[in-house]
Structure formats: structure tokens, C-alpha cells
Design a protein around this ligand. Sequence first.
Ligand code: SAM
Length: 381
Amino acid sequence: MVKHRESRPGQRSSAGPGRTNDRRADAGYKPGKPPAKPSRDQGPARDAGKRSERAVEQRDPVGAASAPERPLIARIGDRPPERVPVILESLGAGDFHLIDTGNGLKLEQYGPYRIVRPEGQALWQPTLPAHIWDNADAIFTGDTEEDGMGRWRFPRQVLGETWPLQLLGVDFLGRFTSFRHVGVFPEQIVHWEWMKQQIEASSRPLKVLNLFGYTGVASLVAAAAGAEVTHVDASKKAIGWGRENQALGRMEDLPIRWICEDAMKFILREERRGNTYDIILTDPPKFGRGPNGEVWHLFEHLPMMLDICRAISSPQALGLVLTAYSIRASFYSIHELMRETMRGSGGAVESGELVIREAGLDGKTSGRALSTSLFSRWVPK
Ligand SMILES: C[S@@+](CC[C@H](N)C(=O)[O-])C[C@H]1O[C@@H](n2cnc3c(N)ncnc32)[C@H](O)[C@@H]1O
């Protein structure tokens, strides 16, 4: 069970313009082919006035030479009603909780291990005494030239590279990586819980697209709940890890397509083929690279990505969920982009922040909220 709550419009938000959230920045997308014919609009059923929608010439704000694969569609109709700010808060779930934060660090519980990692948002002082922090099982140092395990210190005993974890009923492997990540971004749990509820409540099998899906925990949660899942990530290693996770939970029979491809290329192809999805999760980095060097740059390519995501949303779509992290922006930036993208589709757009609440050593003692990322999601009601 996920311990989380939502605060709704009218409640205070800790969000503000110009702040950054600190997760991995990979690299950016560079559209490769010349412009194709304007795509048809396959948006949700309530898509009003789509015949009048027109393709608009896209100006490249950073002056890259390559032309977009298809023009951005100027959407018409009303912007969906808004719900802002929405703060989605997690107190942990399954094997994870946030124990304490402070001094630019966070102390987290991942199954049997207490782990210390850098956390730029933790400007305050830790609550727990220093000896608890010093006695963690693993501390990310990042202070060596080595890769992988070399960047971790194990004060109690040397640990293996991987260990089993469970969240929302699915098994996966934690891993000490050289990027300081451990294979899961727990702030996403609130989105995954929401997705799980949609899938379980549906009378038909839903199709879920997980873009920038990393190690596949969301894909496994969706598949375990009964969805047909398409998982896309540019990293062969991440896809391999995802498959490993699927095997660990003996979930090989569940329908997950693991696709190692540039996210933008993949969705453009899906649009050309007329394939659609009921729920789309997209969690793009600020910069990223596809497997063939395609460049993803969030500030340049997000409008087109969302536009294509709308086009490949099924007529009965249940959600388009965007998370953004490590960027200098207010949630309003992605909120208004989402509302413009979803013009004429009805529903509502709710946006705000994902935060994780400290839960102490026992996982039950509510403490301070740690901001992790911005989000915006379109929902049909
Ligand atoms: C922070 S992770 C997403 C985490 C994931 N949503 C989760 O919570 O498990 C960002 C992912 O984007 C992938 N990526 C970066 N550039 C990409 C691109 N152009 N196309 C597809 N995936 C990309 C990276 O390999 C990485 O796994």
C-alpha cells in the first residue's frame, strides 16, 4: 500500500519558478528526417473541432539546423479546466521510505539497506544524529574516477552490487550505480499507484506506454495490474535491467514490449502506424541521447513530444502523465504546455510537484517534505 496524499488547489505549494530538481541529466533529441505530411489527429474522443486544427511552423528556439519530422499541430477548442497546485506526496511504499534529509544529503531505506546520497534540495539540518548517518550501509561518494561500485563506500560491510526490492507488489533489483542511482525513482510511486488504480478499475485491458522507462518498475506495476505495456528507453543497460526485473518477479508471461529506441522516434512511428495508448507516462530527462545518438533536449522537444503523445492517445484515454526534473522551471511551464496541447479534449489538467515526506527510522514518523520533481497530467475528468 502506498502511503500518500494529495493536496488540492487552495492549499499552499512549495513550488516556485526558477527552482531545479536534481535527477540525472542525460542528453537531448535531434529530429533527423525532413518534414513529413502533417499528421492526422488521433486524440481523445472528446476532441472538438479537430478538422480545423492546422499545422504550425515550428521555430527552433536554439537554432538547431535539422527540420522537425512533422509540424506541431495548432490545437483549437477550450483549454481543459485546471487543478493547480496539486502536491502529490509519498510517505514511502513497500521496501522504500525516506528516513531523514539535511546538509545536502538524504538518508533512505531500500529494503534492508540504509543509503546516503547527495540531495541538493535538502538545505536544512538533519533531524537524526550523525552516528546514524555515519553507520549507513552505503554512502555515495562519487569522489573516485572509478565506475560503478567504486563510487560507493560501505561503512559496515562490503555489499554486493544488487539486492532484491519490492514496491507496489512487484519485485525488482536495487543496484549501486556509478550515477548514484539505485534503479528506482520513488517519487514516481504516486503516479504508479494512480495508474494501477485506473488499470484495475477498467473493464477492458488497457494499453500503457512508458516513455523513458528506465529499469521498468512502472512497466511491471502496469503489467501486474493487467495492462499491455510498451516500455521505451534508449539505454540497453536499462532495458536489460528491466528484463531482469521481470524475470526476478516471474512475470515473463506478462505482456511487456521492451523497446530500446529513441523515445521521439518511437512515438512518431506509432503515430504513422495509427497505434494508440490509454495511459502514457513520460518522464524525460533535461538532456538525453537515443541509441543512435539522437539528441533529446527537453526545452526544445517537449512541445512536439506532448503533441505526438496526444495524437497517439486512444479515444478512451485515461491519462497523459508528464514528470520533469532537474530543470529550471515552474510547474506552470509544463502545466500551460499540457493545457495548450490538450485544447478541445475536455478532461482536466492537474499539475504541481511530487514530494517525498521524511518518515523517520521507523517509516512512520512524518517529517519534512522533500521536493523531487514537477508534474502535469491530463485526465479525462
Ligand atoms: C530518470 S530516467 C526515467 C525514470 C523512470 N521514469 C522511472 O521512474 O523509473 C530517464 C531515462 O531516460 C532515458 N533516455 C534518455 N534519453 C532518451 C531518449 N532520447 N530516448 C529514450 N530514452 C531516453 C535514459 O536512458 C533513462 O533511463
